[in-house]
Design a protein around this ligand. Structure first.
Ligand code: DPP
Ligand code: ZN
Length: 852
């Protein structure tokens, strides 16, 4: 397969001034008629190449005269005149047989599209690249009742509908939906006075579960006006939910198409986490209207230009809607668990990569979440006003453009009047910087020496730092110290409450009475920090810091150390650590959501990664057993407190999916789960039958599964929800996720034979196989069964849905961490996948990179 390189970027030779598409829909043979006006640019060659995949060309005309293009496997080439011309083509496609879910396909009788990144070329011949932007007019011919495309409706009648999108857009934002759908609607008046009709379209029967998505959309639109001055620009905004979707959702102009998992919700069917996910994804896709659609990407190497910025925006939205502190901790958890791991292994790549084989493989946590961190750091180093001015400049200057990271960054350099040298390496270099902080106290002055170890030259590293006194009182407020070179020193000047740069300290350090720095507050830089803290210092921060992130993080470091001690030395967890945890969990002055996060233990994968970084070989079974013992120790120590919490946090009114209610339920469910270790299944059984909401019901079911006492509840759950696919997915996932070791593999294998298992549905596959792959002790079970089941299914799914199959390979990325036997079995599994006949570009690139 061919590698695409950033360095080879060349603009297309023509402007597209108009696109007119007619769809004659039929499941097995849809006709697509295109009328496209091209205007040559100065460098236009005599032959034009258009992308196209899996199309049957019926006819092609240039300026009304038939032409015979040369057809290739990935498109066509044709002689064209050196002046503006009209290209007309008719092609046939078969949406019904499209199992890859790219281009035009069918989901439960609904026609829908997914064109990002390169799906439009499966619909018709076109320059399918993001830097070719054009206004689209679409006519859909079908007897189905609802026919939708981008932009505004311009006409409809029996058997047809027409749409016009005045905003020039790249082909990846094209969308079409046709089916028997019902809408929940509202109207929204923009700050500019435009009345916008909002619709959330779902299958009949699901209309009772659309309210939260619609409400989230309204709040997103208002917030984007208030916070970023971004106003919506069409008369309608449609959201459609489909059950079969490779990703979460897609920001097509005016017609967002969603995985139904991120639309459908009621208290009975969705957990608090689902509600939060819906709110965030609805917001994310809406925010793309400016960061992605009005300003798009020049080429796919710039993907993080739209994704990193839009994730940053949706994080800010969630922080404003819910708890900023809790959101920051959750984002840091995800970044460390998934992105740091990616950056530490064979799949490492910069937020803006230089090469790819299949762009679908680069919709990664590095592009999205690290991309967002880079924007967040830019905002911190510039300060809110300068950042806002730079962003305004970006919107004004690049509206209607396909932009690059350099163009984005230039806006901020300009308003800052600074080259910001070294900052841009965050986009172009891979790897997580390691930052070491050493302290020097001479009895009067505290000096911090900060060093970075970074690939590709020093980066700007903004560290938010505060100081605590001996009793944990804050003696210096948060200040941003930005490391710009490999090493720097700062000393604290109490008289002015400021930090000043200085030279390396000398003399013997003292220890008595030194203030304690709280470093990287709010996770201000996404780095691996080594600050040489003692456990007592961590406890002081955990108990007293004014920064909730560092409080939580200090607690997490203490618990992780206890966990590691259990696994490697069979050492009982430190009672002082558990006591400190108990104090936080009991502290009613703290947000329950925060206390629930404090009770969360590091994942098995986190422990494996920590061991691997320390040069040790992780043993998945010992890690799993260590977790059990740690849980027992916590339960034994805190049982009294947890029983009180469980009772005190009982619901007072009807379920509401807001942050307060969710926090209380999170803490209550964490208490239940921990208590069950000493108290058995009774409380969980009672909760399962009494709960009026899915959050508690599912938490109870998970406890029952872990205790092997779930038979009745499982049957009940299945009977209730067997016709509700998004809920049944939970039933599948929970069974795999809640059992120990190799039983996760046996369960997954058994569930793949269940009559409700359908390998054509990505959500169902991810519920069963994705959960097994993320089950650390299961996937790595010593007999290699996890690797075998994974490889079997990847090989089987690949021909039907390459994107889904390729996504399932990523848990293999850590294969070099493990012992020789496991490494050998993982290599064999990967090689077996690699040698499968006709393996897709998606999966072969992933396996090739993982094997290295
Ligand atoms: N562009 C989509 C999103 O991230 C993914 N296909 O919103
Ligand atoms: Zn996005």
């Amino acid at each position: 397969p061919r590698t695409t390189r950033l360095a080879d970027y060349r603009p297309f030779g023509w402007r597209v001034t108009e696109v007119h598409l007619t769809f004659r829909l039929a499941p097995g043979a849809t006709r697509v008629l295109s009328r496209i006006r091209f205007a040559p640019l100065d460098h236009a060659p005599a032959r034009m190449t258009l992308d196209g995949e899996g199309l049957t060309l019926i006819s092609a005309l240039i300026d009304g005269a038939p032409v015979s293009p040369d057809l290739t496997t990935d498109g066509l080439t044709v002689d064209v005149p050196p002046a503006p011309f009209l290209w007309e083509a008719e092609v046939e496609i078969a949406p019904e047989g499209n199992t890859a879910l790219e281009g035009l396909y069918m989901s439960g009788g609904i026609y829908c599209t997914q064109c990002e990144a390169e799906g439009f070329r499966r619909i018709t011949y076109y320059p399918d690249r993001p830097d070719v932007m054009a206004p689209f007019t679409v006519r859909i011919e079908s007897d189905l009742p609802v026919l939708l495309s981008n932009g505004n409706p311009t006409g409809s009648g029996p058997g047809f509908a027409e749409w016009h999108d005045p905003w020039p857009k790249p082909s990846y934002l094209f969308a079409l939906v046709a089916g028997n759908l019902v809408a929940t609607s509202a109207s929204f008046q923009t700050a500019e006075g435009r009345d916008v009709e909002l619709n959330v379209w779902v299958r009949p029967g699901d209309e009772g579960r659309t309210g939260y998505a619609l409400d989230s959309l309204i709040r997103s639109m208002r917030w984007d006006e208030d916070r970023f001055g971004r106003v919506y620009d069409l008369d309608v905004f449609n959201i459609v939910a489909v059950d079969d979707f490779n990703a979460g959702a897609m920001e097509n102009k005016g017609l967002n198409i969603f995985n139904s998992k991120y639309v459908l919700a009621s208290p009975e069917t969705a957990t608090d986490r689902d509600f939060e996910g819906i709110e965030a994804v609805v917001a994310h896709e809406y925010f793309h209207n400016w960061t992605g659609n009005r300003i798009t990407c020049r080429d796919w190497f710039q993907l993080c230009l739209k994704e990193g910025l839009t994730v940053y925006r949706d994080q800010e939205f969630t922080s404003d809607m819910r708890s900023r502190a809790v959101k920051r901790i959750e984002d840091a958890l995800l970044l460390r668990a998934a992105q740091f791991r990616e950056d530490a292994g064979p799949l490492a790549h910069p937020p803006r990569p230089d090469t790819y084989v299949e762009i679908n493989n680069f919709y990664t946590v590095t592009v999205y979440e690290k991309g967002a961190e880079v924007v967040r750091m830019l905002a911190s180093v510039l300060g809110p006003e300068t950042f806002a001015t730079g962003l305004e400049l970006y919107f004004a200057r690049h509206d209607g453009h396909a932009a690059t990271i350099e163009e984005f960054f230039a806006c901020f350099q300009e308003v800052a009047g600074d080259t910001l040298d070294g900052f841009a390496r965050w986009w172009t270099e891979a790897g997580t910087p390691r930052v070491t902080v050493s302290r020097h106290w001479d009895g009067e002055t505290l000096t911090l020496s900060v060093r970075q170890e970074t690939l590709g030259g020093p980066r700007w590293i903004p560290l938010a730092v505060g100081l605590l006194g001996p009793d944990g009182e804050e003696i210096a407020p948060t200040t941003l110290l930005t490391l710009k070179d490999t090493e720097a020193h700062w000393r604290y000047v109490p008289s002015t409450a400021t930090w000043e740069t200085c030279s390396a300290p000398n003399g013997q350090p003292k220890t008595d009475g030194a203030p304690l720095p709280s470093i990287n507050r709010g996770f201000s830089a996404p780095v691996l920090l080594e600050a040489g803290m003692t456990d007592a210092e961590r406890r002081l921060i955990f108990g007293h810091d004014t920064d909730p992130f560092n409080r939580w993080d200090a607690g997490r470091q203490l618990i992780r150390a206890g966990f590691i001690g259990l696994v490697t030395e069979d050492r009982e967890p430190d009672p002082e650590t558990l006591a400190a945890m108990g104090r936080a969990v009991r502290d009613d002055a703290l947000d329950p959501a925060f206390r629930a996060l404090v009770m969360g233990l590091p994942s098995d994968d986190d422990i494996a990664q920590t061991l691997a970084e320390a040069g040790r070989t992780p043993d998945p079974d010992l890690i799993e057993t260590g977790r059990e013992r740690l849980r027992e120790a916590i339960a034994a120590l805190l049982a009294g407190d947890l029983r009180r919490l469980y009772a005190d946090l009982a619901p007072v009114g009807p379920y509401r999916p807001d942050a307060d209610g969710a926090g209380r339920r999170a803490l209550r469910c964490a208490a239940l789960s921990c208590l069950s270790v000493v108290d058995g299944p009774d409380a969980a059984r009672a909760l399962y039958s009494q709960a009026d909401n899915m959050t508690e019901r599912l938490a109870a079911l998970s406890v029952l599964l872990r205790l092997g006492a779930a038979e009745d509840a499982l049957a009940d759950f299945h009977a209730r929800w067997s016709r509700t696919p998004d809920v049944l997915d939970k039933w599948f996932a929970l069974q795999v996720g809640s059992v120990k070791g190799s039983r996760a593999v046996e369960t997954a294998l058994r569930l793949t034979r269940h009559p409700d298992f359908d390998w054509r549905r990505p959500n169902r596959v991810r519920s069963v196989l994705g959960t097994m792959l993320r089950h650390h002790a299961g996937f790595h079970s010593a007999d290699g069964a996890g690797y075998k089941v994974a490889a079997d299914w990847i090989v089987r799914l690949d021909p039907a849905n390459p994107q889904l199959a390729a996504g399932l390979t990523s848990p293999f990325q850590t294969w070099r961490r493990y012992d020789g036997d496991r490494q050998g079995m993982m290599r064999d599994a990967l090689e077996r996948i690699a040698s499968a006949d006709g393996l897709s570009r998606d999966t072969s690139e992933m396996v090739g990179r993982i094997l290295g």
